[in-house]
Design a protein around this ligand. Structure first.
Ligand code: ADP
Length: 210
């Protein structure tokens, strides 16, 4: 998308329950634009979402539910049983998600933009599309306890979700910046303030170089 105005962009990521949403809220309170990639993916595959015609053409009309949204259970079952299905699904969805994320990022008026991307490290392609990778980190046992408390899921199910994500050390190795959320919630704001000051400077440089 070479015709697109460039804005300084931070990719925010972290394992499930690490505290991404809490961190994103603090940046939003400081006037930063937040683009929620999960929400964009849900909209694309929601009732009569923009990705639905292409998905139904690829997989068949019976992959829509009564509301015209993607039948997630059916798609999940297909992805688990048909070797090529995940690649075909992502081949349609990922470029549409990327385009929608960049389009939404241009609407904001804040000094810079944060893309909230839970699977930034796993997806491989986001890392080179953001100016900076910010990882929210906490010990895996803390993640587990928070998600059990938040979602009321059994421990085994949360462990299975965590096992499908990259290990903590792999995510940390991809980070330019790290927020430690292993402690109390009020330890986040000072860390966000420190990074926000750095990102504001980087955003100004980006404007100067454009
Ligand atoms: P993510 O968006 O990474 O899945 P959340 O920001 O939703 O994580 O945090 C997961 C859960 O843990 C939420 O219920 C949140 O309120 C809680 N939480 C986050 N950070 C802390 C913290 N430092 N101390 C206690 N609870 C926290």
């Amino acid at each position: 998308m070479s015709d697109v105005k460039r804005r300084f962009t931070v990719g925010l990521t972290g394992g499930i329950g690490s505290g991404k949403s809490a961190v994103a809220r603090l940046f939003a309170q400081r006037g930063v634009d937040i683009v929620d990639t999960d929400q964009i993916a849900r909209n694309l595959t929601g009732p009569h979402g923009a990705a639905m015609p292409a998905l139904l053409a690829e997989f068949g009309a019976d992959f829509a539910d009564a509301q015209g949204a993607l039948d997630r259970a059916r798609m999940r079952a297909l992805v688990f049983t048909v070797p090529d299905a995940k690649r075909r699904l992502e081949g349609i969805l990922h470029p549409m998600i990327r385009d929608a994320v960049f389009a939404e990022s241009l609407l904001g008026t804040g000094p810079y933009v944060i893309f909230d991307i839970p699977l930034l490290v796993e997806s491989g392609t986001w890392k080179e599309r953001v100016g900076r990778v910010l990882v929210v980190d906490c010990p895996e046992e803390v993640q587990l306890a928070r998600v059990v408390a938040r979602n009321g899921l059994p421990q085994a199910q949360v462990r299975a979700i965590m096992a499908a994500q990259v290990p903590r050390q792999v995510r940390l190795a991809a980070a330019d910046d790290v927020i430690d959320n292993g402690g109390a919630l009020d330890a986040l704001a000072p860390q966000v303030d420190r990074l926000h000051a750095i990102y504001l400077t980087m955003a100004e440089e980006e404007v100067r170089n454009n």
